[in-house]
Design a protein around this ligand. Structure first.
Ligand code: GDP
Length: 529
């Protein structure tokens, strides 16, 4: 029991979120270097997809191979087991990121010092804020000219709706970048611009007014730093761990990931303050990580990595207890027991079969089609984890079978891709035609390509004018109002994979008109309400 408690306490499972190009991959790599998990820079492959290029989805294919390895990066640092969950930055894959965020216990938000808060950062942070996920902000690329520190902190508060407090503070910037004062550790770290240095030299400055500081960075910079720190102290609240853990306060660090500068400070503070596995809500109760019975849920599925084996890897976040190899677990949705002879645990660049994993960890389970995103596994208790909704897609096309001899393959392929969460399938009520809805346009190419290469099926698409899909909830399904709605809008009604009723509005205007006309019906933008 003692080991169990200890194992829980030393786990930190988190995600790094950012707008593409802010430096997520670079930061991940430097963190791994500190853990000794990789030996050299360049070992972590970017999961990035360049915007708009037609070769994008070939690139995705190539990267899918890499991304199983980079989906979970685990390493040990100062006796802490750290699990980094990869979150794609490209907006077309935002849903994937949203789902991954259901499996993290905290996040680090990376912001580019010159660009400030960007679009994807806003969206992702909003999701974290709504779930009270503890967040640390890392302002990156201090070796470049960027915005003034106060201006940035302001911008973060305004645009991201956060309450920040700096735990480090830059001394100069860009060409003039001298280093960082670490408020958390009360020391100065001078910038040499030498990325080869694994561990930076820090100089203890317990008293800011000491002349040592002047000697180090020059009297002018020292005075400026003193003034700014004093100002910051007046403006920003003092750091309080509880407030951070409850999502009410976000500490901020400055640095340059590329130069491996300010990263050690971030990591050391992170392992001190970031939460071990957190409790999670299910449909019947809140589950504590320290409960001795195992529970977990699938947040990601990776399919057909090896074309010779039709097999998929389901990523399960362990919420409570420990997961053991060859033990029977209940697949709650199917109501049947499954056992896994080769569960994978993830390390920096490889996966390995393990006998035991603990709450906070991710295990990869080989699956032949049993799982879909959101499925719960337990030791027998019938509970379901919530909070992996489908989001209202924004791109829609009819999908047609282009090879009548392969209709079975097509059906199976579409089915499995939907379980993986690549897109959503809707079946129109009035004619039974299938419509694929996606968050990003890229997914259509991905689906077509994967259907052909993994299932031997061919599909074509046909345009369909839909503005948004909304899930329909009627106050009273027998009411005249609802009947009228179903009759008048019959050509715009469909069912999702769960059989839930969906209204496909062809414009913003028609959605508004429909809402006004049928006040007793609710139109939801996510599948869970
Ligand atoms: P991601 O899209 O968020 O994963 O960003 P990457 O880590 O791939 O970084 C995007 C670009 O910014 C790359 O060219 C990096 O070399 C560069 N970069 C990352 N960190 C820094 C930094 O601290 N300073 C500078 N000057 N460039 C950086």
């Amino acid at each position: 029991m003692k080991t169990f408690q200890k194992e829980l306490r030393r786990r930190r499972t988190f995600g790094i979120i950012s707008h593409p190009d802010a430096g997520k991959t670079t930061l991940t790599e430097k963190l791994l270097l500190f853990g000794g998990a990789i030996q050299e820079a360049g070992a972590v492959k970017s999961n990035k997809i360049k915007k708009g290029a037609t070769s994008d989805f070939m690139e995705i294919e190539r990267q899918r191979g890499i991304s199983v390895a980079t989906s979970v990066l685990a390493f040990e640092y100062k006796d802490i087991k750290i699990n980094i969950l990869d979150t794609p930055g490209h907006k077309d894959f935002a849903e994937d990121t949203f789902r991954t965020l259901t499996a993290v216990d905290s996040v680090i938000v990376v912001i580019d010092v010159a660009k400030g808060v960007e679009e994807q950062t806003e969206k992702l942070v909003e999701v974290c804020r709504m779930r009270n996920i503890p967040m640390i902000v890392f302002i990156n690329k201090l070796d470049r000219e960027g915005k003034d520190a106060f201006e940035l902190l302001d911008e973060i508060e305004q645009k991201l709706n956060l309450t920040v407090t700096p735990l480090s503070y830059p001394i100069g910037m860009g060409y003039d970048f001298k280093g960082i004062y670490n408020i958390w550790e009360k020391n100065v770290n001078l910038f040499t611009g030498d990325p080869r240095k694994d561990i930076e030299d820090t100089i203890e400055i317990s008293d800011l007014s000491s002349s040592e500081l002047d000697d180090l960075i020059g009297a002018e910079s020292a005075d400026e730093l003193r003034d700014e720190l004093e100002l910051a102290q007046g403006v920003y609240p003092e750091f309080e761990n509880k407030a951070y853990l409850e999502g009410r306060l976000q500490p901020v660090f400055f640095g340059s990931a590329l130069n491996n500068f300010g990263v050690r400070e971030l990591l050391d503070c992170f392992i001190d303050i970031a939460p071990p596995p957190r409790p999670k809500e299910s449909d019947i109760r809140v589950v504590e990580p320290a409960e001795d019975k195992f529970t977990g849920f699938v947040f990601k599925i990776h399919a057909n990595m090896d074309p010779k084996h039709r097999d998929r890897l389901a990523f399960v976040k362990i919420v409570s207890g420990k997961f053991e190899r060859n033990k029977n677990y209940l697949h709650v949705r199917h109501g049947k027991n499954l056992k896994f002879s080769s569960p994978n645990a993830f390390f920096a660049e490889k996966k390995e079969i393990v006998d035991t994993s603990y709450a906070g960890d991710i295990v990869g389970l080989h699956d032949t089609g049993n799982f879909k995103i959101g499925d719960t596994l337990t030791e027998g208790e019938t509970l379901n984890y919530r909070g992996i909704p489908s989001f209202s897609p924004e791109h829609f096309r009819y999908i047609n079978n282009a090879d009548p001899m392969k209709s079975k393959q097509l059906e199976k392929g579409v089915d499995q891709l939907m379980d993986e969460g690549v897109a959503q399938l809707f079946v129109l009520e009035f004619n039974g035609r299938k419509v694929i809805g996606t968050v990003g346009a890229l997914q259509f190419e991905v689906i077509q390509y994967r259907l052909e290469h993994e299932y031997g099926a061919k599909c074509t698409y046909e345009n369909l004018n839909v503005f948004k899909a909304t899930w329909v909830e009627a106050e009273d399904e027998k009411s005249e109002e609802f009947k009228d709605f179903k009759r008048v809008k019959s050509k715009f009604l469909a069912q999702d994979k769960q059989g839930q009723l969906v209204f496909l509005a062809d414009s913003q205007f028609s959605l508004q008109m429909t809402q006004q006309k049928y006040p007793s019906i609710k139109f939801h933008f996510t599948s869970e309400f």
